[in-house]
Design a protein around this ligand. Structure first.
Ligand code: EZ4
Ligand code: CO
Length: 438
């Protein structure tokens, strides 16, 4: 199979990028048989401009490049290695125009389906191929997805602070910038630290140490504290501002039901990740008790993680992302299913998803009919410099780039000046020392 001459050998040569034209019956269906443009290079770039990002850059023999985000916070090198060892050799010689076929090839071809590492790797390829298709067509990707359904993506910012007084100041800062929606997180009296509340209000980064930081959690203290926070926020900012809160998978269904009920007077737009979501039917119990809308999905990798949540209408917003849920192709499939059941999008947009992911998300956000909200945490100036991009914030909206493709790139020289640094997400324990969800 290694060198040319008869049909079986042609299969190998097509896969590894030689340009001979072969007939359909002689190929593996790699898409290269038409003798058109092929992928000639795919580079996996790991960089740490303040935090770690993994980026795939795909290059065609016409010199067109496309980028895809492959960042999985705290497990970056697993995805980088998956791409380098198991995906890049399969890409060389393929037709970059065949996005769906390449997606199916990598998904079905892995045999070991789904999971965050596999799906982030597939997402990176898929995103890069959409970028290439847009550049080849001379159109921004949202045009390839059906064009605009709205002018921009309404975003929510993160107002977080240890104390309630400080969080009110943070919210006011977002309101002054034009934000229409704010996620509110505070410290909990009696707990030294909690998720979502960093030292620096503007740039939150939970992966703060090579060996995981240990935090302590107390559900009773939390449930006692949170309703009072939202009472003060509503009293201060009135009924118009959209308010969100992230529980970060820490409650049981009945505890979440109690929290949702106690927050009903404050009209939250959503309560996020109230419980860990492996048990999809567990959300029925929450639903039976509260009208507070539920958002879930930032750790989901495929439609199979949320089909029951969606089809039973157990959630209101699905928060899967381009990078962790198989790219633009698969995330659109999830959003299309959601649209049938009155479930709207609420894409995860933490700063541990790179500007490449955010750019891709915005093309989906403005095109799909059932957009809800887009999370927006600003990246640091160093990150923005490594990933030059054309999307911009304007009066509470994010607007995708009008350039062909995604409108984002990676500056590889600058990226090389920020080498990888080991960083893990924290772990969390109950007061008695048992492990809990972080
Ligand atoms: O903790 O992305 O809604 N946003 C979040 C995030 C997650 C991080 C984990 O890497 O919950 O901030
Ligand atoms: Co969250």
């Amino acid at each position: 199979m290694e060198c040319g001459g008869h049909p079986m050998e042609t299969i190998a040569s097509v896969r590894y990028g030689r340009r001979e034209r072969v007939s359909l019956t002689e190929t593996t269906g790699s898409g290269a048989e038409e003798g058109h443009v092929r992928i000639v290079d795919a580079r996996v770039i790991v960089t740490c401009p303040g935090r770690n990002f993994v980026t795939l850059k795909v290059v065609t023999d016409d010199g067109v490049t496309g980028v895809g985000d492959a960042t999985l916070n705290g497990r970056e090198l697993a995805v980088a290695s998956y791409l380098t060892a198991h995906v890049v050799p399969l890409l060389i010689g393929r037709d970059p125009a065949r996005i769906e076929d390449t997606w199916q090839y990598l998904y079905r071809g892995a045999y070991w389906r789904r999971g965050p590492v596999t799906m982030s790797a597939i997402a990176a390829v898929d995103t890069a191929l959409w970028d290439i298709k847009g550049k080849v067509a001379g159109l921004p990707v949202y045009q390839l997805l059906g064009g605009r359904s709205r002018e921009g993506a309404t975003v929510y910012g993160h107002a977080n602070a240890p104390a309630v007084d400080e969080v009110l100041t943070e919210i006011a800062r977002y309101v002054a910038l034009g934000y229409r929606a704010v996620r509110v997180q505070t410290g909990v009296p009696g707990l030294a630290a909690t998720y979502g509340v960093g030292g620096d209000g503007q740039f939150y980064e939970p992966a703060d140490a090579a060996i995981p930081t240990e935090t302590v959690w107390d559900t009773d203290a939390y449930l006692h504290h949170v309703p009072g926070v939202f009472a003060r926020v509503r009293a201060e900012f009135g009924p118009q501002l959209k308010l969100l809160h992230d529980v970060h998978h820490r409650l049981t269904p009945i505890e979440a039901a109690r929290l949702g009920k106690s927050l009903e007077p404050y009209g939250l737009t959503w309560l996020e990740d109230p419980v860990p979501a492996e048990l999809q039917e567990g959300f029925r119990l929450i639903r039976q008790h509260t009208t507070t809308p539920i958002a879930v999905g930032e750790v989901f990798n495929s439609v199979w993680d949320c089909h029951q949540l969606i089809s039973e209408q157990l959630v209101d917003y699905i928060r899967a992302t381009v990078v962790h849920a198989g790219g633009i192709t698969h995330l659109r499939r999830i959003f299309d299913l959601a649209a049938l059941y009155h479930v709207r999008s609420g894409s995860h947009g933490a700063s541990d998803l790179s500007p490449v992911c955010l750019a891709a998300a915005l093309h989906l956000d403005v095109s799909i009919p059932n957009f809800g909200l887009q999370e927006y945490m600003r990246h640091t100036p160093d990150t923005d410099a490594v990933f030059p991009h054309g999307y911009r914030f304007d009066g509470g909206y994010l607007l995708p780039s009008e350039e062909p493709g995604l409108g984002v790139d990676i500056d590889e020289d600058l990226a090389a000046r920020h080498p990888y640094r080991p960083a893990s997400l924290p772990v969390n324990r109950l007061p008695d020392g048992s492990m809990h969800n972080w």
